[in-house]
Write a protein that binds this ligand. Structure first.
Ligand SMILES: [Fe+2]
Length: 244
């Protein structure tokens, strides 16, 4: 092959490559991704902070600790979730550029999950706390706990161990698929939660939940948490869960 032939082949292959690239681009453009006009019709659902859930007068968890946790952290998740909803309903993130490695749309979907789960878990956490605790496990829940863990104390011990082993949350949850109780640990609001789980007891173990009172000591905070459990709320959650 002489130089003239090689250059000719190279030129042809370049044209072929360009043609192939154009074909891919045309196929990409035909993907059924919503237009900006359609996206702008999406409903924006905004959340409101539930101030009535803020507990006061807990044993071993100060009002000052609850105040920064509720006003600073919980309300921060509500605000960011709402901001993300506005962006999802606008042309901020081009759906045609959605990409799993990086894209603005992916960033919104990932952080939507983080902030929404942050809102829900915090509401469940604050709701299951009351100063000095209230009530006791219902007969039905107590039986289910004893069948699963041997005793209520063993169950609480599992929640505590999981709360020390994980970085975000420890929950006693009910699995609506296999109709059973289990303890579920999370490293973040949206990381390691089991699909189909219905949280009954929700323990926040992020440092922001105890740093005002305990600095970096988590176990005494968890012990205090157990002294403030509102079993009336937990029993109601169980009743709803077993009907799900
Ligand atoms: Fe928290």
């Amino acid at each position: 092959m002489n130089r003239r032939d090689f250059v000719k082949i190279l030129a042809l292959s370049t044209i072929a490559t360009q043609s192939y690239a154009m074909e891919i681009l045309e196929k990409e453009e035909k993907k059924p991704i919503k237009s900006k006009k359609e996206v702008s019709k999406m409903k924006v659902v905004k959340l409101q902070p539930k101030d009535y859930l803020k507990p006061k007068g807990l044993v071993g968890i100060s009002d000052e600790q609850i105040e920064v946790h509720f006003e600073g952290h919980y309300k921060g998740y509500v605000a960011k979730y709402n901001e993300i909803q506005e962006k999802l309903a606008s042309d901020f993130a081009d759906r045609s550029k959605a990409n799993q490695n990086y894209s603005e749309y992916r960033a919104l979907k990932v952080e939507e999950s983080f902030n929404y789960m942050g809102v829900i878990l915090h509401e469940l956490y604050f709701e299951n706390l009351i100063g000095g605790g209230k009530g006791e496990p219902s007969k039905e829940l107590k039986t289910a706990i004893e069948e699963t863990f041997g005793s209520v104390d063993n169950c609480l011990n599992e929640i505590k161990a999981t709360g020390i082993a994980c970085r975000g949350w420890s929950t006693l949850s009910y699995d609506v698929y296999n109709k059973m109780l289990f303890v579920n640990g999370f490293d973040a609001h949206n990381q390691y939660g089991f699909v189909g789980s219905f949280p009954l007891i929700v323990l926040d173990v992020y440092e922001h939940a105890y740093y005002v009172d305990q600095k970096n000591k988590r176990p005494p905070y968890i012990d205090a948490f157990f002294k403030n459990l509102n079993w009336d709320v937990i029993n109601q959650r169980y009743e709803r869960a077993i009907k799900a």
